[in-house]
Ligand binder design. Structure first.
Ligand code: AMP
Ligand code: ZN
Length: 135
């Protein structure tokens, strides 16, 4: 399934040239055009789904298995010191391209990438209330 107005559909299907470092029947892995660090890449499924809520479990499993494979290979090739796997869903979480993708972000000692959040305080009572929501 392709969405005509989706840039990642066009890249994933090969209609637009990209810096591809891996491809199979289900995925293409390309370099990000706005990299956080040297080697920042994206796993794109070839079928259009917007986010983690829409993707089927079999494809999601394959995507994260591929993330491990790519992280291992990229660490060997690039000699990075660490690795972030990031996956944003919906605008509130920072998603800007609404075709599911996994960010592969090599990390280097002293790089200037910012992947993080402000730490807040939480009480035992607040945790208990959250736990109760899942019962
Ligand atoms: P997100 O904010 O999680 O939706 O990530 C979208 C990512 O796609 C950003 O890191 C962009 O730099 C990247 N991006 C947007 N357009 C392109 C493109 N044409 N080729 C490669 N990467 C892109
Ligand atoms: Zn798409």
């Amino acid at each position: 399934m392709t969405k005509d107005d989706c840039i990642f559909c066009r890249i994933a299907k090969g209609d637009i040239p990209s810096g591809t470092i891996y491809e199979d029947d289900d995925f293409r892995v390309i370099f990000d055009r706005g990299p956080a660090t040297k080697g920042h890449a994206l796993i794109l499924p070839k079928n259009h789904v917007a986010n983690i809520y829409e993707i089927d479990e079999a494809t999601l499993s394959k995507a994260f298995t591929l993330a491990k494979k790519m992280a291992t290979r990229m660490t060997e090739v690039l000699g990075c010191d660490g690795f972030n796997i990031v996956q944003n869903n919906n605008e509130a979480a920072g998603q800007t391209v609404f075709h599911f993708h996994i960010h592969l972000i090599p990390r280097y000692k002293d790089d200037d990438a910012k992947v993080g959040w402000k730490v807040h305080d939480i009480t035992d009572e607040e945790i208990e209330k959250l736990v109760a929501l899942f019962k």
